[in-house]
Structures are given as structure tokens and as C-alpha cells.
Design a protein around this ligand. Structure first.
Ligand code: NDP
Ligand code: 2IT
Length: 446
């Protein structure tokens, strides 16, 4: 296998899918040497079967808005690979959603889920529907219309969706409710459910907390204490807010948060009171970050700007969306002394930015390792649903922390470059790949 040849062929067959090509290229570059040591992989063209999704559902979702107008959105579910467990991955509702983005996310999910040590294959779904500015009833009607089409293709042992951008507890509740009605069963077909109907404690916190636990493992390799460190976060959704919450508990300073309208900067770090205000506004009131300066005029808000060039930080935890750190952002972070990047979002750094972080030999954790705590805790939710039991918050949190330590250990094992530097990109990709590859080899050509 030559990465460049596989990529050119995928580009020829699936043109205009830049995010998908970007994600595949990164993984293949990491695993090329290992793959080529296994001629049995090449004999069954394993690499193409691993890069091309098992199947994709594409459909129109028509729904009626509050004014009586009929609206149409495009919707998808990409079932990428189920070699090690049922298809598993979130659903994204955002105006930017297209097949390239969902294919990259489903591809990444396959390796991420493999790293969690739990039995989950990779999938992703979504729509170009945006819940922003919609009423609860509009969101409900959309979710029901989406599931009216999708329900036949998902199931507790088939494909288990969850949240992602634009899909939180409200949307999962509406989708699960409609699924339950259509399928006439009450099973764990979604994760991220409400606590009263099968959800797991700590699932809302899990991606952000898990990223902090991963960061602590990375810092420990260098004997660095998190206390007092300045951390820039992007985003102010599920992942970003729980990352900030845990960082404050750990004694770090959170110097930024953002949304798609701009960035909120706290040069000395948000106080607990300021953070609690932001958490309340974003989690329960669907508010916007620019409103925060009305209450706290000392904080600075920069319209349409990402945080990376606005404030000095020791650590960056991008937690909004893909390709939100480009080459010049990476230069600015490195020039200002940033020594660790731990990705809460999926593929938030461009290819150029990743190269810069690796060349500078900073601690750099790719999303598929650092943000795997979310889906890992989804796996724990599935286990609890199967047992028809629920575990305590302490128990789930302890399992999450152990899983993150295990993922870190896998990255170190496969990513140690010999000179003491751990290339977490290589480590995560090889470790994630080997498990899926072995399972695919054992199951024959499918
Ligand atoms: P949310 O919808 O809760 O929050 C997303 C945040 O990112 C919001 O602040 C949003 O701002 C901002 N954002 C979204 N798109 C853009 C954009 N194009 N440009 C700038 N800002 C943007 O989503 P999550 O917190 O769940 O997801 C954030 C990231 O984490 C995604 O990459 C997701 O794939 C990843 N992830 C999520 C997991 C989970 O369990 N939820 C698990 C692992 C990874 P605004 O409100 O203005 O739209
Ligand atoms: O990107 C991700 O890992 C998620 N959005 C969570 C997926 C899940 O099934 O919990």
C-alpha cells in the first residue's frame, strides 16, 4: 500500500470531499509502515475496505415549521465499519453538514471507538438542519421526521446513534421517543439519553472530563502540574463547557471560550462565578457568548475571531469544530509558548497545523484519542442498558478515567519515536487500526 496512491484513487472516485480525504490521508500516513509489514492485509485489499464506508443512507427530511411552511433538509447516516461491534457514533445537526464531513467523522469514529477498548464499530449521521433559532416544536418535528426514515436501520445491536454538534439531550430525547414508538421496543438504541429513561450519569460531562484526564496523563509524562496553567478553549457547547468545568476544579485558568459569532477572552482566567454564569447561559438558556459582557464588562469579546491569536496560553483545547486551527493559528500558539494541544473537537487542526505541532515536538493529542471519553461513556451507557441497571456517578467517572489512561498508554506504546518523543497521532492511529484490521481479517471478505 502506498498512501499517495490510495488517496489519489479515493479522490478520483469520491471528488469534492476534502474533509474525508484529509482524515484518511492522516491515518494512512501513520499506518503505512505497519500495514506493509503484513502482506496478508494487502492480499485482501483491506485498506480500501477500511476507508470506504460499509453503507450510506441519504434522504430528504420534510417537516412543517411554526408558520405552516414546508421545509426540506438533506439527511444522512454513514455506517462505516462494524468489525468490532455495532455501528456507533453521533448525529450532527448544523447548516454546514454534508457527506464529506459525515464520512470523515464516521471514518475517525471507527479508530476512536477501537481505542476505547469497548465493542463499538464506527458511524456518524446528521443533517444540514440547524436547531439554532428554531422552536422546541420545530426541533421535535424535525427529529421525528428524521427518525421516521432512519429507524429501520438502527437498533441496540445494529447501530446506536448519540449527540454531536447541534444534538444534545433535547434532540436525543425526541429522536429516541420516536424510535421507540416506531420500533415498539424500549432498548438502548441511543446514548446520551435522559437519566429517567436509560441515560448514564457522567455521559454529558464525559467528553470534556475525558479530555482533561487525557491531558493529565500527557502532562504527567513531563512532570508538569496543571495548577495555574493557562488554557485556551474554543467552543461553548457540551464539550467546551465540561472541559472548562473540570479545568477549574483542577486549578487551571481558562482564558477563552468561543462560539460561531466570536470569542470571549478572560486574560487572567474566568472566575468560578463568571464560569457558572456562562455554563448556565449556554447549557440551560441557549444564550450567546456576547451577552456575557453585559454582566461582566471586564471580559473582552471579539466578533468573528477564533481565540488562538487573541490570548497567551500554555495549553489549547479546541472544542468547537473541524479545521478551526490553521497553520497561522498554530504558529501563533507556538510562538506564545503553548506546549500542549489536546483536541476535544474532531479534527480541529488542519494538516498544516498538525505538522507544525509535531515538528515543534509539543504534547499533541489528536481528537480520536483525547475526545474518546464521550463515546467510551456511551459504551458504558450501552452496557448499563443491557444489564438494565444504572451505575453511580463515581463508578462511571472512575471507569472513564481508567479508559483515558488506557488510551494514553496505547498511544505511548505505538507512538514512541525512540528519542523520548511520543507522536500521539501515530500512536492512536496504529493502535486503533490494528484491532479493527485483525477483526476484519478474521471475519473474511465482507
Ligand atoms: P455543541 O453543539 O454542544 O457545541 C458546539 C460549539 O462549537 C458551539 O459553541 C458552537 O457555536 C461551536 N461551533 C460549531 N460549529 C462551529 C463553526 N463552524 N465555527 C465556529 N464555532 C462552531 O457540540 P459539541 O460540544 O458536542 O461538539 C463540539 C466538538 O466536539 C465537535 O467537533 C464534535 O464532533 C466533538 N465531539 C463531541 C462529542 C460529544 O460527546 N458531544 C464527543 C467527541 C467529540 P454556535 O453555538 O455558535 O453554533
Ligand atoms: O464524536 C464523537 O465521538 C461523538 N460525537 C460521540 C459519539 C457517541 O456515540 O457517543
Amino acid at each position: 500500500m502506498k498512501t499517495s496512491e490510495v488517496i489519489s484513487e479515493l479522490m478520483r472516485r469520491f471528488p469534492n470531499e476534502p474533509e474525508y480525504h484529509q482524515a484518511v490521508e492522516e491515518v494512512l500516513t501513520s499506518i503505512e509502515d505497519v500495514y506493509n509489514k503484513h502482506p496478508e492485509f494487502e492480499r485482501v485489499n483491506l485498506i480500501e475496505r477500511l476507508c470506504i464506508p460499509d453503507r450510506i443512507f441519504t434522504f430528504r427530511v420534510s417537516w412543517v415549521d411554526d408558520s405552516g411552511k414546508v421545509r426540506n433538509n438533506m439527511a444522512y447516516r454513514v455506517q462505516h465499519n462494524n468489525a468490532i461491534g455495532p455501528y456507533k457514533g453521533g448525529i450532527r445537526f448544523h447548516s454546514s453538514v454534508n457527506l464529506s464531513i459525515l464520512k470523515f467523522l464516521a471514518f475517525e469514529q471507527t479508530f476512536k471507538n477501537s481505542l476505547t477498548t469497548l465493542a463499538m464499530g464506527g458511524a456518524k449521521g446528521g443533517s444540514d438542519f440547524s436547531p439554532r433559532g428554531k422552536s422546541n416544536m420545530e426541533v421535535m418535528r424535525f427529529c421525528q421526521a428524521y427518525i421516521a426514515e432512519l429507524w429501520r436501520h438502527i437498533g441496540a445491536d445494529t447501530d446506536v446513534p448519540a449527540g454531536d454538534i447541534g444534538v444534545g439531550a433535547r434532540e436525543v430525547g425526541y429522536m429516541y421517543g420516536y424510535y421507540k414508538k416506531m420500533a415498539r421496543e424500549f432498548t438502548g438504541t441511543f446514548t446520551g439519553k435522559g437519566l429517567t429513561f436509560g441515560g448514564s450519569l457522567i455521559r454529558p460531562e464525559a467528553t470534556g472530563y475525558g479530555n482533561c484526564y487525557f491531558l493529565l496523563n500527557m502532562l504527567a509524562t513531563k512532570g508538569i502540574d496543571i495548577k495555574g496553567k493557562r488554557v485556551a478553549i474554543s467552543g461553548s457547547g457540551n464539550v467546551a463547557t465540561y472541559t472548562a468545568k473540570k479545568l477549574l476544579q483542577l486549578g487551571a485558568k481558562v482564558v477563552s471560550m468561543s462560539d460561531s459569532d466570536g470569542s470571549l477572552i478572560a486574560p487572567d482566567g474566568f472566575t468560578q462565578e463568571q464560569f457558572d454564569h456562562i455554563f448556565e447561559l449556554k447549557t440551560y438558556m441557549r444564550g450567546r457568548l456576547y451577552e456575557v459582557v453585559d454582566t461582566y464588562p471586564d471580559l473582552k469579546y471579539y466578533e468573528r475571531k477564533r481565540p488562538w491569536k487573541l490570548v497567551q496560553c500554555d495549553i489549547a483545547m479546541p472544542s468547537a469544530t473541524q479545521n478551526e486551527i490553521d497553520g497561522s493559528d498554530a504558529d501563533a500558539l507556538l510562538a506564545n509558548g503553548c506546549f500542549a494541544v489536546s483536541e476535544g473537537a474532531n479534527m480541529p487542526s488542519t494538516k498544516e497545523a498538525v505538522h507544525k505541532f509535531l515538528a515543534a515536538k509539543i504534547l499533541y493529542a489528536p481528537g480520536k484519542a483525547a475526545n474518546a471519553g464521550g463515546v467510551a461513556t456511551s459504551g458504558l451507557e450501552m452496557a448499563q442498558n443491557s444489564q438494565k441497571l444504572s451505575w453511580s456517578a463515581e463508578e462511571v467517572d472512575k471507569k472513564l478515567s481508567d479508559i483515558m489512561a488506557n488510551i494514553h498508554a496505547q498511544c505511548v506504546r505505538y507512538g514512541n519515536e525512540g528519542d523520548g518523543y511520543v507522536n500521539y497521532v501515530k500512536g492512536a492511529n496504529i493502535a486503533g487500526f490494528m484491532k479493527v484490521a485483525e477483526a476484519m481479517m478474521a471475519q473474511g471478505v465482507l
